[in-house]
Design a protein around this ligand. Structure first.
Ligand SMILES: [Zn+2]
Length: 301
């Protein structure tokens, strides 16, 4: 109460200053893209479940209805805009647990293709056997653990390269129909290449999963690049790394194959940030994305 009274007298200039507080956002504000949020150091960032600031009620400004993002020591937050991001989202930046500043962002829609894939073994389209369901559960659990891994780190700052060269045979976000049965949207990009082609680590990091014989993804490697960012390499003929290995961008981590649910040899290359899949090619210009300034609305008294 005492603070409030003092604040009434002296905070007006302070509030005015904070109302104008700006944030720098780098990257395309578009469904499926990776963005960088440049913030003051020592503030943390939340993404709210509601869409616009107006639609968020006071009760929604709680940790329960938001997702927390890590920030580097110099105030950079990586955030992925998922495939179905609504046209308007709200993010908040906080100096601590105090009132923060909210920013409303307009998100450009992306166009997602429909991809028909035929000739898949029917047991891989609609699995029913107990063994298969148990295997799917193991895959879900182990991949889930890898893409929810949160560790600070700067490995991602060294940039990313394509893991292999080749024709794109399946885009990120495609709505896929296997043997006529609609399935979940494609979570990565498929790059066709002959079996045995060496697959490179697309960035520096640590191998956090090198799993074998998964039902859908076959042999799969996941690399953590710090700040909740991971890249995924699936359907490998064979992995060349094990969990805990440190890799540099360009190191060989495995070989192209067609293990799991695949109709031909290809690499499934995926990217995940804080458990949100995004278009992996959005990593390639991570250090050169164009930035803009966004003004926020201070939520204090
Ligand atoms: Zn794929």
């Amino acid at each position: 109460m005492r603070f409030k009274a003092i604040c009434l007298m002296i905070c007006s200039t302070f509030v005015a200053f904070n109302t104008a507080q700006a944030l720098e956002i780098c990257g395309d504000l578009k469904q499926g893209e990776l963005i960088l949020i440049k913030n003051d150091a020592n503030r943390f960032v939340k993404l709210y479940s509601g869409d616009s600031i107006k639609k968020l009620s006071d009760t929604e400004y709680t940790p329960k209805n938001s997702k927390n993002y890590m920030s580097t020591k110099d105030g950079i937050t990586l955030m992925a805009l998922h495939r179905d991001t609504p046209p308007v989202i709200t993010i908040g930046t906080y100096p601590g647990t105090d009132a923060g500043t909210l920013y409303e962002l307009q998100i450009e829609p992306a166009v997602w293709d429909i991809q028909k894939i035929n000739g898949v073994s029917q047991s891989k389209v609609t699995p029913t056997s107990k063994t298969d369901l148990k295997e799917i559960e193991r895959e879900r659990r182990e991949l889930g653990r890898a893409i929810t891994y949160k560790k600070a780190g700067n490995a991602w700052r060294n940039g990313f390269i394509l893991p292999i060269e080749g024709r794109i045979s399946g885009h990120f976000g495609n709505q896929r129909i296997f043997n006529g049965v609609p399935k979940s949207p494609h979570t990565g990009v498929d790059i066709a290449a002959p079996e045995g082609t060496p697959v490179k680590a697309s960035g520096d990091g640590v191998v956090i999963l090198s799993g074998k014989d998964y039902f859908y993804t076959g042999n799969m490697v996941v690399i953590d690049h710090g700040q909740s960012l991971q890249t995924i390499y699936a359907h490998l003929k064979k992995a060349a790394v094990k969990e805990g290995d440190t890799v540099n961008k360009g190191d060989i981590i495995g070989y192209v194959g067609q293990t799991g649910r695949a109709t031909g040899p290809h690499l499934h290359w995926g990217a995940s940030l804080n458990n949100v899949r995004f278009r992996p090619h959005s990593l390639l210009d991570i250090n050169e994305k164009s930035c803009r300034t966004v003004n926020g609305q201070y939520m204090g008294e």
